[in-house]
Design a protein around this ligand. Structure first.
Ligand code: M6R
Length: 607
């Protein structure tokens, strides 16, 4: 849940580290720091707050010419976000500096032992035991690999670490276990980072470290070792086709807005190569090699969970396959029953969400077949699933997930069509209708987005008085109501609850009064009239109503927002950006930090 970066090469390292940290800031932004070797000592500069505060501190220093360094941006777990708890941490001799993303579960007992041996702790973090253990191991063995192994053999938990040794100014060391870490391979320079955007301006050539691997980088090359045996591990260098422009704001004020507006392209990318429009058939080789499941279990968190929940309605409707959807943090601690011909589908944008990964590993141990739906190539979900359908959305930087859900929904729709086709549960007419509409969806959405943004802006201003919102929908629109509420609360800090509109009368309607608006999804489907009745129940209690609907549908509300109709399924691809834009404009109007909302981080790599 933090961002780490390391550099060894020929450039002054501090600007490279700062630049990379800014692109990792979505992973945590309560404090930051860098360490570099210059003039015979390890220098550490840390600051509470965002990278900009660190930058101000750094550039009051003498010119920095160090070419080896590490950097960290923190999302606090152990110890409050103050300077002493920011990374890097240093050993008592000033010989080892370390950055860490993860959690050391047995740090308390190790800390007590080390204190009794005379080690001094300067922070409240779990991380600090790592630097002292490595320092201790280094004194005993005088070898970085042995020292790191010495440390890692004694700890339990998750980590991605970067380590510098003062007397090894030509080496950068790294290791991982259950936290993301990749190595960037350049020419005359090499990198480590939690995520590719950190070093994307310099290289797209990547080595994916596996759990239990330790890497040694110098300017010319990278060696990887097994933590277990200490032996060399052969690794492949892969080129990732991401463009640096995808990891930049590209003229937009916020990443969130850029990513919302990118959704037409995201739809095209997620569909790309997967539909043969001429023969009206699907090309999903990842599914060809699996079986037709008798039941599907979907496991995910947050927005990815909402995509999965939306997928359940479609898979049951089009493919007639029963689907259970679970929040991963619940799934991993209940006792799910997974039969032989059943499949587990794990959905994650980052591919590193700790609860989702734990669910994946649990079912793998039970012998289940896992299909991953994932955005990040080389991530843990991508590597550990039996098959992966990549969502191909490009890097998502905004903490509030937007385009990822759009791409996940496309993939889930294709899956439902594929299974429906194979099982003969979907008529040609419906299939062809969806194919035809999918072919023009991106263009229609592209044309619509600018006016949707204008509408979102004026509604946000009109409803900025509200301290609470309901988001209501039925059927396919119910998961979208949950997502609309999540978006609003996470970036505008307005309380919002997503409900199945038919459930309102069983309790929540008690909250309705003139100050409590409802954002209702009343689009054209078999449940429209029932939603109209639910709206009337709210209006009878003087609750204001904003309604997403279509021109020509009869529904009287305070604020009506007409969106295009492309069949009830594809209408979801207009509801989603409408909700995202409303939340975005509300947060901007209220002056909130859209891309870095308080208390959150992009990938939740801790439990
Ligand atoms: O990377 P993942 O899709 O596994 O992430 C899951 C959630 O942490 C994520 O969707 C989170 O809820 C977002 N902040 C929602 O905007």
């Amino acid at each position: 849940m933090c961002g780490i970066i390391g550099y060894i090469g020929y450039r002054p390292c501090v600007p490279v580290l700062i630049d990379g940290l800014k692109r990792l800031e979505y992973r945590g932004y309560d404090s930051a720091g860098v360490a570099y070797i210059q003039e015979g000592e390890i220098n550490i500069i840390k600051s509470q707050g965002k990278i900009s505060s660190l930058e101000e501190k750094i550039y009051t220093k003498d010119p920095l010419h160090a070419t080896l360094g590490i950097g960290h941006t923190r999302w606090a777990t152990h110890g409050i976000p103050v300077e002493k708890n920011a990374h890097p941490h240093m050993d008592n001799d000033g010989n080892v500096a370390l950055i860490h993303n993860g959690i050391i579960e047995n740090y308390q007992e190790i800390k007590e032992d080390l204190i009794s041996e005379g080690y001094k702790f300067l922070s409240d973090t779990d991380t600090e035991v790592l630097v002292h253990l490595i320092s201790k191991g280094y004194k005993e063995t005088n070898h970085p690999l042995s020292a790191i192994r010495y440390c890692l053999e004694r700890i339990q938990g998750s980590y991605a670490i970067g380590v510098l040794f003062l007397d090894r100014p030509n080496e950068l060391w790294a290791a991982r276990e259950s936290s993301p870490l990749i190595v960037g391979v350049g020419v005359g320079e090499n990198f480590i980072a939690s995520d590719l955007p950190a070093f994307l301006p310099y290289t797209k050539d990547v080595i994916f470290l596996e759990d239990g691997e330790i890497a040694r980088l110098d300017r010319e090359g990278v060696d990887v070792f097994s933590k277990e045996s200490g032996g060399v591990v052969e690794k492949e260098v892969k080129t990732i086709p991401w463009d640096i422009t995808l990891a930049q704001k590209g003229g937009f004020k916020h990443f969130m807005l850029k990513e919302i507006m990118e959704q037409p392209r995201v739809i095209q990318e997620a569909l790309s190569g997967r539909i043969d429009y001429k023969n009206r058939s699907l090309i999903l080789p990842e599914l060809d090699s699996l079986f037709l499941p008798e039941k599907i279990h979907i496991v995910a968190c947050g927005t990815s969970f909402h995509a999965g929940f939306w997928g359940k309605y479609l898979l049951e409707r089009l493919a007639k396959v029963p689907v259970e959807v679970d929040i991963a943090s619940e799934f991993r601690y209940r006792s799910p029953i997974i039969g032989e011909k059943e499949m587990v589908v794990v959905i994650s944008q980052s591919g590193e969400t700790a609860d989702t990964l734990a669910g994946l590993r649990m079912v793998k141990e039970m012998g289940a077949v896992v299909l991953g739906i994932c955005n990040v190539v080389g991530s843990s979900v991508a590597r550990e699933s039996d098959k992966v359908l990549f969502t191909q959305a490009g890097p998502e930087i905004s903490v509030a997930s937007t385009k990822a859900m759009c791409s996940q929904m496309i993939v889930l729709l294709l899956m439902a069509l594929y299974f429906g086709d194979k099982k003969g549960t979907i008529s040609k007419k419906i299939k062809y209708e969806i194919f035809d509409n999918l072919g023009s969806l991106a263009n229609v959405l592209e044309a619509e987005l600018p006016s949707m943004r204008e509408m979102a802006k004026s509604l946000a201003i009109e409803y900025s008085f509200a301290r609470s919102f309901f988001y209501l929908g039925r059927g396919l629109n119910y998961p979208l109501a949950l997502e609309g509420a999540l978006k609003l609360k996470e970036i505008s800090y307005i309380h919002a609850e997503g409900y199945a509109s038919g459930e309102m009368k069983h309790g929540p309607i008690a909250l309705i009064d003139p100050s409590f608006p409802s954002f209702v999804l009343a689009t054209k489907d078999n449940l429209f009239q029932k939603v109209v009745s639910n709206v009337k129940e709210i209006q009878a209690r003087k609750g204001p109503v904003i309604c997403l609907t279509h021109a020509g549908l009869e529904i009287n509300v305070d604020s009506r927002w007409d969106i295009p109709y492309m069949g009830d399924i594809l209408t979801s691809f207009f509801i989603l950006p409408a909700e995202q834009l409303f939340a975005y404009e509300m947060a901007v109007y209220l002056g909130k930090d859209v891309d870095q909302p308080r208390n959150l981080a992009k990938s939740v790599t801790v439990e």
